[in-house]
Design a protein around this ligand. Structure first.
Ligand code: TPP
Ligand code: MG
Length: 405
């Protein structure tokens, strides 16, 4: 008799969290190959985890030493800003000031550190969980909030979901809610950059669950065949709403291993280690820039918060699971490293938290002066018709006339 196989997570609500099956190599133990390495020589890297910060807060091994103290302090501040921004916007959602919000809790290092490996002109094709790309690049928080509130100053005029930002200037392609479309778009953009002998590279973003989409696989075919200048990022935060990562991963062992069948160098990195994320991103970006083709990077992390403001994770995983996550918290780990280096302290950290909260609240006040979801200024009805078509089709022109705008 045949039996149908459905992978099951280790534990369910009420059980004791167990990550004993997550093998974590010692910090500093994974070698750093030359960027033109033969992908066949580094196949085992798709099953390991590159780590720089050890438990004592030291930066060790061949992937350490790329960032100055000032750059690390800036990285810490960016992650703290993102976390504070998230907390305020999550609360604003609960207060009815916006319809929807998605947090980055526990994953701040991935987008904040990655951004610093890119150059101006490079283009990210992000999902909804990479707002750190904007924050670390200096995109104004108040503009993000205006979009979250769909108010009169919303740069996208209420035509997008609250958190689906878009900024060409900041290398942030408009987010699409249709997951995995980012992958083919990024590879296509990268191919176009190479065809036109440009120097800009692309970064594709996807979550663990979304790698099950065929767009992910199609993108890998094109990226590997044409050696597109693209970094292929997979953020494995263990969950896809209520579905654990074992469903989309299937029998491949790791998400990075998906790249091996395409001959793409594929690495796994500790996604909660700011230094490791940055070092690996830099390695992959340099490969793209030197015409060595795509690199697949799996960031091993954990989604501490709910999937979105519409989700309740206590229905499908133990409440204390995030505390048991063995790779720790990205902010605490970088904080400890900077304290270890003698350039930071608990007092300065507490003070920075207060200062950041103050600036985020000030930005929030400014955004709210332009309106929130149900109060104050809104984009005009006319905006609904603008900015989509170069030439407005007749049926829309008629509708606009009917609306009297
Ligand atoms: C093509 C498509 N299918 C389904 C959905 C509904 N959906 C939204 S988020 C999500 C889970 C995605 O999980 P993952 O890729 O792991 O990203 P994460 O939310 O963990 O960052 C799903 C199924 C969607 N937006 N697009
Ligand atoms: Mg996920």
């Amino acid at each position: 008799m045949l039996r149908f196989h459905v992978p099951e997570p280790e534990v369910r609500p009420g059980g004791t969290p167990d990550f004993s099956n997550v093998t974590i190599p010692k910090a500093g133990s994974v070698p750093r190959p030359e960027i033109d390495v033969d992908p066949r020589a580094i196949r085992d890297m798709a099953f390991s985890i590159i780590r720089v910060l050890n438990r004592a807060g030291e930066a060790v091994g061949p992937w350490a030493g790329l960032l100055t103290d000032e750059e690390l302090l800036e990285g810490l501040r960016n992650m703290m800003r993102l976390r504070t921004f998230d907390a305020r916007m999550q609360m604003a959602q609960r207060q009815g000031k916006t319809s929807f919000y998605m947090q980055h809790l526990g994953e701040e290092a991935v987008s904040c550190a990655f951004r610093k490996a890119l150059k101006p002109g490079d283009m990210n094709f992000p999902t909804y969980r990479q707002a750190g790309l904007l924050i670390a690049d200096g995109y104004p928080m108040v503009t993000m909030m205006n979009q979250i509130y769909s108010n009169e100053a919303d740069p996208l005029k209420g035509r997008q979901l609250p958190i689906m930002y878009s900024s060409k200037e900041h290398g942030f392609f408009s987010i699409s809610g249709n997951l995995a479309t980012q992958y083919i778009q990024a590879v296509g953009w990268a191919m176009a950059s190479a065809i036109s002998n440009d120097s800009r590279i692309a970064a594709a973003w996807i979550g663990d669950g979304s790698t099950a989409e065929s767009d992910f696989h199609a993108a890998l075919v094109f990226a590997s065949t044409y050696k597109a200048p693209v970094v292929l990022n997979v953020v494995n935060n263990q969950w896809a709403i209520s579905t654990f990562q074992g469903i989309a991963r299937g029998g491949s062992g790791t998400f990075a291993a998906r790249g091996l069948g395409f001959g793409i160098p594929s690495l796994r990195v500790d996604g909660n280690d700011y230094l490791a994320v940055h070092a690996v991103a830099k390695w992959a970006a340099e490969r793209a820039r030197k015409n060595l083709g795509p690199t697949l990077v799996e960031y091993v992390t954990y989604r501490v918060g709910a999937h979105s403001s519409s989700d309740d994770p206590s229905a499908y995983r133990p409440k204390a699971e995030s505390d048991a996550w063995p790779l720790g918290d990205p902010i605490i780990r970088l904080k400890n490293h900077l304290i270890h280096r003698g350039v930071w302290s608990e007092d300065r950290h507490t003070q920075a938290e207060a200062e950041i909260l103050e600036t985020v609240i000030a930005a929030q006040k400014e955004a709210e002066s332009h309106g929130t979801l149900h109060a104050g200024g809104k984009p005009s009805t006319r905006d609904m018709f603008e900015g989509v078509y170069a030439e407005m089709p007749p049926h829309l022109r008629r509708q606009r006339q009917q609306a009297g705008v």
